[in-house]
Design a protein around this ligand. Structure first.
Ligand SMILES: Cc1cc2nc3c(=O)[nH]c(=O)nc-3n(C[C@H](O)[C@H](O)[C@H](O)COP(=O)(O)OP(=O)(O)OC[C@H]3O[C@@H](n4cnc5c(N)ncnc54)[C@H](O)[C@@H]3O)c2cc1C
Length: 502
């Protein structure tokens, strides 16, 4: 057995979460901090996780990664929002697009003016008033000008992890290949002391990051943090994932397409399209899900659909003793709004904000865990809204989710919206009022009223405001380049070059 001085940080697992933690610590921990990451090639990573949200820029900028190189290395495309096809009913589509919708006037956000115009019968669908949606639907992309489009990326999850690995290793992170067989805890404090690897190797540490994926070897296996099971709110418990050759439109947006007992994602990358079905095993078999997925691809499948099983929910404590859980080890909510990678980023950032944060005090852990609870619960509520407010009547899965009991926090939000057209974003809730507005409107959740201050405009003034907003968006979109062309131009330069689908 090897005895080495304990590392300051030992990261268990080298998926997206592990290498994000390694990159963050390598960049921001004090000089001389010793960091090790243990991963097992034999076990591999979950291998999906390709869509992000605009907050990813905070992370990439903090690390100091060059965007052009990032686009090339991860074979990324741009993402302006998510289209929800068939979520309200078959044939209907709306978008949760990033950025503003309409414009505020006086003391009121846009939604009140839109609700008034809707009641009077002259509001267009929200799509007309969203620059991101108009650009996305027209397969356009632009960047860097005033009023430019807020965007995120679609990227290859494996290549993203490799990119971060190169960053972290260059800054001294030691990668240890091996399978963790056991976790040794200190009898008195209960803290983790070391990981025992195959072949008897021992990796001792002062602080541990559990990035071991759904296995949660440290936070659950060794420390028994407990799990809040949220399957009664989000009953999908399976995914089938398959990549296919490029084909169809190279959309600068993710597509989420409602199916019989769940939904299908479509994420175009430079070299392929990522696809998957998220579904409820109580309503659909894996074989049926695979058949639906294969019947709805835009190119030849690259292999057989791969099943992934999960239980929606989160650890009761994300930080317990001297261990912080990140990524799938911390919990999982389906990728309907592409939030998992963001949750890793936000947890790493929160942890870094209390460096040196070795074992941490109980007060620090309580603070961290209550922030995480709040963040996860509010995202959960937003996801539940998409399911609950469907009008796909007569389909057993959709009927069930329409009638399921809702979290109190979501009920309160819906009551406020219905009665007043007001949307309350509490503290640092991830999704903005505009995001909620788009999904509420898109899912057909009617507000019975709007704020009477919206009546301060005459009807002619309101019509003019809406028409001008729509016209300004159309004008801004017209000169934009196509998504492929933009990607090619933006990322062009010396070899390696960006790849674009044929
Ligand atoms: C179907 C699906 C779709 C998703 N889509 C999105 C999306 O679009 N956007 C998004 O943001 N997120 C998405 N996610 C989530 C995203 O994939 C994960 O949050 C992210 O990849 C982090 O995974 P991870 O690193 O925690 O786990 P993993 O990728 O599973 O990595 C676990 C690591 O632990 C190692 N390990 C495990 N056991 C041992 C052991 N005994 N010894 C040594 N090493 C071990 C493995 O080798 C691996 O390196 C999706 C997830 C799923 C399931």
């Amino acid at each position: 057995m090897n005895e080495e001085a304990p590392y300051d940080y030992v990261i268990a697992g080298g998926g997206t979460a592990g290498w994000m933690a390694a990159a963050g610590l390598a960049r921001f921990a004090p000089p001389g901090t010793r960091i090790a990451l243990v991963e097992s090639d034999a076990i591999g990573t979950v291998g999906v996780g390709e869509a992000t949200i605009p907050q990813i820029h905070l992370w990439l900028n903090a690390l100091g990664l060059d965007e052009r190189e990032f686009l090339i290395k991860t074979k990324a495309s741009f993402k302006l929002g998510i289209a929800f096809d068939g979520w309200l009913r078959e044939g209907h589509s709306y978008m949760h697009a990033f950025g503003q919708v309409g414009r505020a006037h006086g003391l009121l956000p846009f939604q009140h003016y839109w609700l008034r115009a809707k009641a009077a019968g002259f509001a267009k669908p929200l799509a007309a008033y969203s620059l991101n949606e108009v650009a996305a639907r027209n397969l356009r992309m632009a960047k860097g000008q005033p009023g430019a489009l807020p965007y995120a990326y679609h990227f290859d999850a494996g290549l993203y992890a490799q990119h971060l690995r190169a960053f972290a290793e260059m800054r001294g992170v030691v990668r240890i290949e091996g399978t963790i067989g056991d976790v040794v805890c200190d009898g008195e404090s209960g803290d983790i002391a070391a990981l025992l690897l195959d072949g008897g190797r021992r990796v001792a540490g002062k602080f541990f990051m559990d990035c071991s994926g759904f296995r949660a070897l440290l936070i659950e296996g060794a420390l028994g943090a407990g799990f809040d099971d949220w399957s009664h709110y989000l009953p999908c418990d399976r995914a089938m994932a398959v990549a296919c050759d490029s084909g169809g439109e190279f959309t600068p947006y993710t597509r989420s397409i409602a199916r019989k007992a769940g939904w299908q994602w479509r994420i175009p990358l430079q070299h392929r399209i990522g696809n998957g079905m998220v579904f409820s095993s109580a309503h659909l078999s894996e074989d049926e899900a695979a058949a639906t997925l294969l019947a709805n691809l835009d190119g030849a499948p690259q292999g057989d659909p791969r099943p992934i099983r999960f239980t929606t929910g989160k650890r009761k404590e994300h930080w317990k003793n001297n261990c912080l859980a990140l990524g799938l080890a911390a919990g999982f909510m389906e990728p309907l709004e592409s939030t998992s990678i963001h949750l890793v980023q936000s947890a790493v950032s929160r942890f870094l904000s209390v460096l040196p944060g070795t074992t941490g005090t109980q007060a620090t852990r309580n603070w961290f865990n209550s922030q995480a609870d709040f963040e996860w619960q509010r995202i959960r509520d937003f996801l539940v809204l998409h399911y609950h407010a469907n009008q796909r009547e007569g389909e057993p899965f959709w009927d069930d989710v329409r009638h399921m009991a809702l979290p109190d926090t979501l009920v309160a939000k819906l009551d406020l919206w219905r009665a007043t057209g007001f949307i309350h974003r509490e503290h640092e809730e991830l999704f903005t009022e505009v995001g909620w507005f788009q999904v509420l409107a898109g899912q057909g959740v009617a507000a019975e009223s709007y704020n009477p201050m919206a009546d301060s405009l005459s009807e002619a003034e309101l019509r003019l405001m809406l028409d001008q907003t729509e016209a300004a968006i159309a004008n801004q979109t017209r000169p934009m380049q196509g998504h492929i062309q933009f990607l090619q131009n933006y990322a062009s330069g010396p070899s390696p070059r960006v790849e674009v689908p044929a």
